[in-house]
Design a protein around this ligand. Structure first.
Ligand SMILES: *Cc1c(COP(=O)(O)O)cnc(C)c1O
Length: 388
């Protein structure tokens, strides 16, 4: 019997064999000609995946939180005003990071967990004050709430704010068009929808963000995150010249380049469509099983992630049963409702058979936990969409 379980959490996700093979290659020098070529190509491909021809990409060793730190450290000066569109745990992390660099932060929240603030509420706040910067969490991984990045970005720009999008659970899964939508900086981490093991912070900064950085009056308050150190490195590798500031994560960058190549081979539009379809199938299964979700309405639901509440009489011990049935899921994260729901990631190289396997394991776990439902109802609902 295979003893390998399917990892369906919101990162790290399942990686393709080709990406994993790159992780196991003999490590080259960070200035070896073949590595310089790979690093340069990864930077070019990152632009294509973010749909940003005008952006400056940064690939730095660290997690998604470092990518957030890089955005805040380079764009914020003490006393700047920042608006955080607050949809949960990771939006609040952005508030903490921005405050660390001296920003005065105003969070705009929805009244209930599982919702996003209305465009009217965000606009009312933008009107009140001169905000230098606004952050939006594309998919808040704690609640599976998706923000309307396109509309929020348009609003932020209308009032002259730099718009920063935390796309850690979204880039290469959710539809995001950095240039077309006017996003000034978008960021992600390697282990989520972009499909590379954990360890890389990925940032694409648009021209207005780079200009705000160049016009700073004060030095960046973080040595490792400072674009003064990293910009010449990224420019050098893209021009296929050796360069050094901090040793790049050589194998991770080889693996990232493989994954970016696979993403572009699929094509961004096809990739968005595949994520939409698989999400629709999984959400249909969850509804057919009678489970409610944390997002308050379907237009707030993420494409890359689902957060169902446990049904009555079932608690988090069901995750262990689902694990025994072969699928690893994640528990709740938002402090207000942590023990009442679970999370299923479906992004990256995820396939239709992964969706069916996951629904099957959830059904098995729920049945063992004594929950009453028609066995196969979730599978039938998913399959109806997958075969449609
Ligand atoms: C995972 C995640 C982060 C944090 O990324 P780490 O790699 O865990 O530091 C930030 N924002 C969002 C939306 C995330 O999903």
């Amino acid at each position: 019997m295979k003893d390998r379980k399917l990892l369906m959490i919101p990162g790290p996700i399942e990686f393709t064999p080709e990406v994993l093979r790159a992780m196991g290659m003999p490590t080259t020098s960070h200035v070896a000609p073949n590595f310089i070529e790979v690093f340069g190509q990864a930077l070019e491909r990152l632009r294509q995946v973010f749909l940003s021809s005008s952006g400056q990409p940064f690939i730095v060793a660290g997690s998604g939180t470092l990518a957030m730190d890089i955005a805040a450290a380079n764009l914020v000066e003490p006393g700047d005003k920042a608006l955080v569109v607050d949809t949960g745990y990771f939006s609040e992390r952005f508030t903490a990071i921005l405050e660390r660099y001296g920003a005065t932060v105003t969070p705009v929240r929805a009244p209930v967990v599982g919702d996003a603030p209305s465009l009217e509420d965000v606009e009312a706040e933008l009107k009140k004050d001169g905000y230098k910067l606004m952050t939006v969490t594309h998919v808040d991984t704690s609640t599976a709430v998706r923000a309307d990045v396109k509309a929020l970005t348009a609003l932020g720009r209308k009032y002259g704010a730099l718009v920063v999008v935390d796309g850690v659970c979204a880039v290469a899964g959710e539809e995001m068009r950095q240039d077309e939508w006017g996003i000034d900086l978008a960021l992600t981490a390697s282990q989520k929808a972009i499909g590379t093991p954990p360890g890389l912070a990925l940032v694409v900064a648009g021209p207005r963000a780079m200009e705000a950085f160049r016009k700073r009056k004060t030095p960046v308050g973080n040595y490792y995150a400072d674009w003064t150190n990293w910009l010449p490195i990224m420019e050098a590798y893209e021009a296929r010249r050796p360069s050094y500031f901090g040793t790049p994560a050589v194998n991770l960058i080889w693996a990232l380049n493989v994954s970016l190549g696979q993403i572009l081979e699929e094509g961004m539009e096809a990739r968005f469509a595949r994520h939409r379809k698989l999400n629709e199938a999984f959400k249909a299964a969850i509804r057919a099983l009678g489970l409610k979700q944390v997002p308050v309405s379907s237009d707030r639901e993420a494409t890359t992630l689902t957060a169902p509440y446990y049904p009555d009489g079932v608690d988090s011990t069901v995750l262990k049963r689902i694990n025994e049935a072969g699928v690893i899921l994640a528990g709740g994260l938002h402090p207000a409702i942590k023990d009442r729901y679970f999370r299923v990631g479906h992004m990256g190289a995820v396939s239709a058979s992964d969706i069916l396997t996951t629904v099957g394991a959830i059904e098995k776990g729920l049945a063992q936990a004594g929950y009453k439902f028609e066995p196969g109802a979730g599978l039938a609902a998913a399959q109806a969409i997958l075969t449609g």
